[in-house]
Ligand binder design. Structure first.
Ligand code: AMP
Ligand code: GLY
Length: 416
């Protein structure tokens, strides 16, 4: 079977690596891919958001499955376009991807169906938003309504910061149209957990929990990033909490989407905060998380290709989906300066030595030039290892990280 993966980051490398293990997969393409994906798939040079190019590629090459991994092509409706033209595409359609594409939609869904989340108001008028902030005080959380490359959320500890976040979104339009509306919500505290599931619109199969590290520096300091590392499982996500989330969040969300005429098929990601009043939803994503996927798929023992097909055919309850009891840890090696200004184009050495330790090195921002890997993005590699405990997995991942060098590299020392 021939599979096309849309995307080109660490998550897509992990998906490609896992699909490659399926005895049914005989050919892999990835658009646009990256330096590491190029070792296991044929990279095709079109952008993940280019719906026209994706359709043209499919018409010519007839893949048996297309996996649409990133948020933007999903919210643009790539799955709809491919499906309408007779292709099997994995991922939610545009209507269902709105659960990630619009925070106000997600919040209203949760309110309507009594799914626990932070209290909130939605504003499309700047002055009203500002006076709401002055009335409610800080800490308070400001979220751009639409997709903002993971940068649309401000946790403001002063009224001034909150006001500035509203002005940046609504006056300076730093997120373009995505900030025309903002959600302002109650500040919650507690450990955060990411839980991903496969769902075919009716049935739901959980993957093991994970936790990512969003801040750039050790001890959760510094600016927010796309994720500096992840581990699975989360220590905080106990069986009791899982049961509670199934009853109050996971199953109600799948049912709510179906009831709204937006059945969700694909991977649904629940970003949760375990507050003293119980688990609450911080965000939904309409896709695999990055870098959670690198850690979670390392633990998957059943066939990902089968799981994706079962989602498309709505027979998720009929197949085996299994994960090992081991832990996994992914450490992101980033370019110096990331997530702010950074340089790229530096050669990377030691990847083979790192993999000899048993770790898997997933590439994110890399390219290959004459057989040499070079940095090409902010997050460069996701060095991932398994172990019997999370300490063991982290230790092994760091042993592999030690083998790799590139100029100005930066990584956190406390993942896991
Ligand atoms: P997001 O981009 O939605 O993943 O949000 C980024 C981060 O902001 C989350 O991982 C949380 O750490 C934080 N955050 C979002 N909403 C809240 C909230 N209501 N209370 C406290 N922290 C929040
Ligand atoms: N790790 C968070 C995300 O994928 O959005």
């Amino acid at each position: 079977m021939k599979v096309l993966i849309i995307g080109g980051g660490g998550r897509e490398h992990a998906i490609a690596w896992k699909l490659k293990q399926s005895p049914k997969v005989t050919k892999l393409w990835c658009a646009p891919g990256n330096g590491g994906i190029a070792d296991i798939a044929e990279c095709v040079p079109f952008k993940a958001t280019d719906l026209t190019a994706a359709l043209a590629f499919c018409m010519e090459n007839r893949p048996d499955l297309v996996v649409v991994a990133p948020d933007d092509p999903l919210t643009l409706g790539m799955v709809d376009v491919l499906t309408e033209n007779g292709f099997r595409a994995f991922g939610p359609n545009k209507n269902a991807a709105l659960i990630e594409g619009s925070k106000s939609f997600a919040k209203e869904l949760m309110k309507k169906y009594d799914i626990p989340t932070a209290r909130y108001e939605v504003f499309d008028d700047k002055e009203k938003a500002l006076s709401y902030i002055r009335e409610n005080g800080a800490p308070i959380v400001i979220k751009a309504d639409g997709l903002a490359l993971g940068k649309g959320v401000t946790v403001a500890f002063t009224v001034e910061d909150a006001e500035n976040a509203v002005k940046a979104a609504m006056e300076e339009k730093v997120f373009g149209n995505a900030g025309a509306k903002v959600v302002i919500e109650e500040y919650l505290t507690g450990p955060e957990v990411s839980v991903l599931c496969f769902t075919d619109g009716n049935a739901l199969r959980l993957m093991p929990s994970a936790q990512d590290h969003k801040r750039a520096y050790d001890n959760d300091e510094g600016p927010n990033t796309g994720g500096m590392g992840a581990f699975s499982p989360s220590r905080n996500f106990t069986k009791e909490i899982e049961a509670c989330c199934l009853e109050t969040i996971f199953i109600p969300t799948i049912k709510a989407m179906k009831k709204e005429g937006r059945p969700f098929k694909g991977v649904l990601y629940f970003g949760l905060m375990l507050t003293k009043d119980g688990p609450k939803v911080i965000e939904y994503n309409a896709r695999f998380g990055d870098p959670e996927t690198q850690a979670v798929l390392m633990r998957m023992t059943s066939d990902l290709f089968e799981a994706m097909n079962a989602v498309i055919d709505e027979r998720l309850n009929d197949i085996e989906i299994a994960f090992s009891d081991e832990s996994a840890c992914c450490i992101v090696m980033a370019s110096g300066g990331y997530p702010l200004k950074y340089e790229t184009g530096f050669p990377i050495s030691g990847i083979n030595n790192a993999e000899e330790t048993g770790a898997v090195v997933f590439h994110a921002g890399t390219k290959q030039e004459n057989g040499v890997y070079k940095t090409s993005g902010g997050r460069v590699l996701g060095v991932t290892a398994k172990g019997l405990t999370s300490e063991d997995a982290a230790k092994k991942a760091y042993q592999a990280v030690e083998k790799i060098t590139f100029q100005d590299m930066h990584f956190r020392h406390d993942i896991g």
